[in-house]
Design a protein around this ligand. Structure first.
Ligand code: AMP
Ligand code: DBH
Length: 550
């Protein structure tokens, strides 16, 4: 019997116009470095220094490199071929780092899923990336990823390889992988796609973001400089490691690039993170606003020594000035605001910026070659200091999503600017103040939720006639999700609708926080209104009626 040849896959591409490629190289942004290339160098330079700490495991730079080789060669021995895409869904353990580095060494393409993702999201990502392998932890926080793997395999024939960290049951254990390191491929082309990152998604499910070695390495190398990450730094991964912020701004990759130490925290709460900070003398951490506030409060009466913390970065969602003050006062260290996106552009307040700037702005771009436009609804530049739509292009901002012509037509202009969907104000010096989003998504403490995606799931319920999901101001989360529902026949209970959404195999953070039943949505005089206007109207009306905070 002949093996069935794999069908051709959509190639992975990310390219910039030749003139800009030349410019980004000449400026020294793109240096022809790659993930396996820099990891090999650090293993030689800092062989015995500790690179990664998680639980009781401590890996030196040399051991990390060796582990990556074992895993990479083992995956090739399993029948994977360089270029294959591998969905990785792991929690904050040392294995996250060694598996991803193993994929890089083998020329395999990591596709990052969040631990919170469930069947619907992971299946979408597997299909969209045309992945043939899935690597997950056995069980994390009571959820068994092996059960999920079985459901995925039953549904997606192309998913040929399942690898599990921990008790693998019928699957292959990552710890058992072994292979011939001589079969590992040479280092990749620095301009090739290194991995696929996920977008928060404002229209439906996540889009896949192809990032190249050259562009991503530039983003975290330059971030290291801005965030003062050096060999003596200890970087704590408190947010999910798969998220672009703790991965690259400067994140654990920045820390590894610098020869620093990465500490993975299995949880983001003060109870888990504070003892780790004290034990490992952590110097830098990235948090979302609600967590930063929680930390600031808990720091007031903790027995743990947090004095090593030099910089607390806050990003992912807007940190309002009052919260910024509380973070600074509570944690007694430097605050750095970070406004970034997995698509590229990252803004930082600088470590020596005046307090006023750190409190009131979301920083300015990494690069002198980050081009920023602030446009009105008609595409014209706004007057200086006015609020408008943020568009950007530059040496580490993508030119297109993977395998999604529809999204690309919407999200990119003809001359290659990415429409971020954010509304901002640009201050002198290029500092940006985020004023909200134009799109229909909910930023729930940094977790992005697409209104459209959740509406689709609600509409699949037999007792739902129509649904509109909107963001509501929330004192703790920043924004929470509220579903306005017109029932068909007897209205279901709010709890049963929430259970329905959860039962559709979605991440728990996407379940509406609040369900409000209404008789009708109401229309404008014109009769027909866009979903976007409808959502805005519902939101405004609800806030007027209930006096909810703005
Ligand atoms: P994603 O595309 O999923 O990576 O999410 C990026 C989005 O998160 C940005 O476009 C912003 O809407 C939001 N975001 C990230 N950082 C901040 C911040 N510091 N302040 C306000 N919004 C932020
Ligand atoms: O929210 C984000 O996506 C984000 C926030 C801060 C990000 O991707 C980043 C920094 O790199």
């Amino acid at each position: 019997m002949h093996p069935v040849p794999a069908p051709p896959r959509m190639p992975l591409r990310q390219s910039w116009p030749p003139a800009l490629v030349a410019r980004y190289r000449a400026a020294g942004y793109w240096r022809g470095e790659t993930f396996p290339g820099f990891l090999r160098e650090r293993a030689a330079q800092y062989a015995d220094d500790i690179a990664v700490v998680g639980g009781d495991t401590r890996l030196s730079y040399a051991r990390l490199w060796a582990e990556a080789g074992r895993i990479g060669a083992g995956l090739l021995a399993q029948g994977l071929v360089p270029g294959d895409r591998v969905v990785v869904q792991l929690g904050n353990t040392v294995d996250f780092v060694s598996v991803v580095c193993g994929l890089f060494r083998a020329g395999l393409i990591p596709v990052y899923a969040l631990p919170a993702h469930r069947f619907t999201e992971v299946a979408h990502v597997l299909r969209k990336a045309e992945a043939n392998a899935y690597i997950a932890g056995a069980a994390v926080e009571g959820f068994d990823y092996r059960t999920l793997a079985r459901q995925l395999q039953a549904d997606i024939p192309a998913l040929r390889h399942v690898l599990i960290v921990g008790d693998a049951a019928e699957f292959v254990a990552v710890s058992a992988l072994a292979g011939d390191a001589a079969r590992l491929p040479p280092d990749p082309d620095p301009q090739s796609v290194a991995f696929l990152q996920l977008s928060g998604g404002s229209t439906g499910l996540s889009k896949l973001i192809p990032r190249t070695h050259d562009d991503y390495l530039y983003s975290f190398r330059a971030s290291n400089e801005i965030c003062a990450i050096g060999r003596d730094s200890v970087y704590l991964v408190a947010l999910p490691a798969a998220h672009n912020f703790p991965m690259s701004s400067p994140g654990f990759f920045g820390a590894l690039y610098a020869g620093a130490r990465v500490v993975l925290s299995p949880g983001a709460g003060p109870d888990v993170a504070f003892p780790l900070i004290a034990r490992e003398r952590v110097t830098c951490v990235g948090l979302v606003p609600p967590l930063a506030l929680l930390w600031a409060q808990a720091a007031a009466n903790t027995a743990h020594d947090l004095s090593s913390l030099a910089v607390v970065q806050v990003g992912g969602a807007k940190l309002v000035p009052e919260a910024a003050r509380r973070v600074i006062d509570g944690l007694g260290c430097r605050l750095q605001q970070v406004f970034g996106m997995a698509e590229g552009l990252v803004n930082y307040t600088r470590l020596h910026d005046p307090l006023d700037c750190v409190i009131h702005t979301q920083g300015r771009p990494i690069s002198a070659d980050d081009e920023v436009l602030v446009l009105d609804d008609h595409g014209n530049p706004v007057a200086e200091g006015e609020v408008g739509h943020l568009l950007t292009r530059g040496p580490y901002t993508i030119r297109g999503y993977h395998n999604d012509p529809g999204a690309n037509a919407r999200a990119f202009t003809e001359d290659g600017f990415y429409r971020t969907g954010d509304r901002v104000q640009q201050l002198p010096g290029g500092y940006l103040v985020v004023q909200g989003r134009a799109g229909d998504h909910i930023n729930r403490a940094g977790e992005k939720i697409s209104a459209e995606e959740i509406e689709d799931h609600l509409l699949a319920h037999a007792s739902v006639f129509d649904a509109a999901v909107v963001s509501m101001p929330d004192a703790y989360l920043g924004e929470r999700s509220c579903a306005f529902v017109i029932a068909r026949g007897d209205p279901p209970t709010a709890a049963s609708l929430k259970a329905w959404v959860r039962g559709r195999g979605l991440a728990a953070f996407k379940v509406p926080d609040q369900v409000v039943f209404v008789e009708a949505f109401g229309t404008t005089a014109v009769g027909k209104i866009s979903r976007r206007e409808l959502r805005a109207q519902l939101r405004e009306r609800f806030i007027e009626q209930t006096g909810e905070p703005r």
